[in-house]
Design a protein. Structure first.
Length: 410
């Protein structure tokens, strides 16, 4: 055999070996690329399922007021809506939901979502034709202590707030849990009323009280918040319990009344006339104008409050009594009690009814809304919703309810 012939055989043998190695390497490369692609599909599907399960857990907890069965239904719907991983799903995700109560009596929703996805390259191995992924989440719904503060001044009649407010309150209160939460109802005009003391259950009695409100008088906003704080303060929270305290404040106008105690130790409510010419001295218990023989004082103070001609405001300045200064004083004292409430760790949400003297900027300050010019990030951050007309109150109260439920599950 010639040397040339021998070398030719060797080269043909090496070429055959190279083809085998190339074929093997190509197969390995395809498998590696396939694993990467299937792995990416699995990763994206798992991320989508995690997001969907989290959304389902939060949705379920926020709907517990409708009962466990309904909460589970909306949780399933939320998971389906949020799980959109692509066309590789072998079947819709399966959801398992159960409820429990933690050591502090807070309700906990536990959810397990499972999805089966098709593979494209791994399926050459029979046991990996599909791949199962799962995700678990739990959400705790904190308990709520809430005081609902409602304006029942005369102006609520003219804008039909008096007709629409009771129904809006009834819808609002239905979003909360009779067995977990505690709620009070406070109303104010020239005076304040504790219509419903903080209690559990509360839905029926609060709804009834809202429909029984009588709308008359001026706007003693500060008094409404003071009484709300007293109600919230009366609920003692055990150590370690997960409870949020807050106030929901509704009004259609600017504060035009404040309360003042004279050196004679007599306390009266002072209201500014809308005409801009007079101020009124009111009985703090009944709202009746004093004395009964006259209702207007334009210059001289009545005999029983000789220092009425001046009053000291919360910012330390002394001002002459006139309707404009009375309204400014009412606002200053409203902000002062709101600041006290927030310093106690309570949230304030505000709802304003427009179309009148309601001061939207003031409500943003009261709530410590981020849009406020006096926003303080070191205090609890609330929100303000404005209803343009009385017909918008239903939606405004529902929006505030949704924002509160969101806070309860964070």
């Amino acid at each position: 055999m010639s040397i040339v012939h021998h070398l030719g055989l060797k080269r043909r043998g090496e070429a055959g070996q190279t083809l085998v190695v190339y074929a093997i390497m190509s197969l390995v490369l395809v498998l590696v690329v396939g694993l990467c692609m299937d792995g990416a599909t699995i990763y994206l599907s798992k991320a989508a399922l995690d997001k969907a399960v989290d959304a389902a857990a939060l949705t379920a907890v926020r709907n517990l007021f409708q009962g466990d069965e309904r909460a589970s239904e909306v949780a399933q719907a939320a998971l389906t809506a949020n799980y959109r991983s692509g066309g590789w799903n072998a079947q819709p995700p399966v959801v398992n939901i159960n409820y429990s109560v933690d050591s502090n009596g807070n309700k906990v929703m536990n959810i397990l979502g499972t999805a089966v996805i098709n593979t494209y390259f791994m399926r050459i191995v029979p046991r990996f034709q599909t791949f199962t992924i799962s995700s678990a989440a739990s959400a705790t719904r904190a308990k709520l202590v809430m005081s609902l503060v409602l304006d029942r001044s005369t102006s609520m009649v003219g804008n039909n707030g008096s007709g629409k407010l009771p129904g809006a309150v009834g819808t609002f209160i239905s979003f909360f849990d009779d067995n977990m939460d505690k709620v009070s109802l406070v109303s104010f005009s020239d005076t304040t009323n504790l219509n419903v003391s903080v209690r559990q259950p509360f839905k029926s009695v609060v709804t009834t009280a809202a429909h029984a409100l009588v709308f008359e008088g001026y706007t003693y906003s500060e008094g409404g918040l003071k009484l709300a704080k007293q109600q919230n303060d009366s609920v003692i929270i055990p150590a370690g319990d997960n409870v949020i305290k807050l106030v929901v404040f509704f009004t259609d106008g600017q504060a035009n009344t404040f309360q003042y105690t004279w050196p004679t130790n007599k306390t009266y409510n002072v209201s500014g006339s809308d005409s801009g010419s007079y101020y009124y001295i009111l009985d703090p218990g009944t709202g009746n104008v004093l004395p009964s023989s006259s209702s207007r004082y334009s210059s001289a103070p009545p005999a029983y409050c000789p220092t009425m001609i001046n009053f000291v405001s919360v910012n330390g300045s002394t001002k002459a009594v006139n309707p404009s200064n009375i309204r400014n004083e009412g606002d200053l004292r409203l902000l002062d009690i709101a600041n006290t409430i927030r310093n106690a760790g309570m949230l304030i949400f505000c709802i304003g009814l427009g179309g009148g003297s309601m001061d939207e900027a003031m409500l943003h300050k009261v709530a410590n809304d981020p849009s406020s010019s006096t926003f303080n990030p070191n205090q609890p951050v609330g929100e303000t919703i404005i209803a343009a007309t009385a017909n918008d109150l239903q939606v405004a109260f529902q929006q505030i309810a949704a924002k509160i439920l969101l806070r309860l599950t964070q």
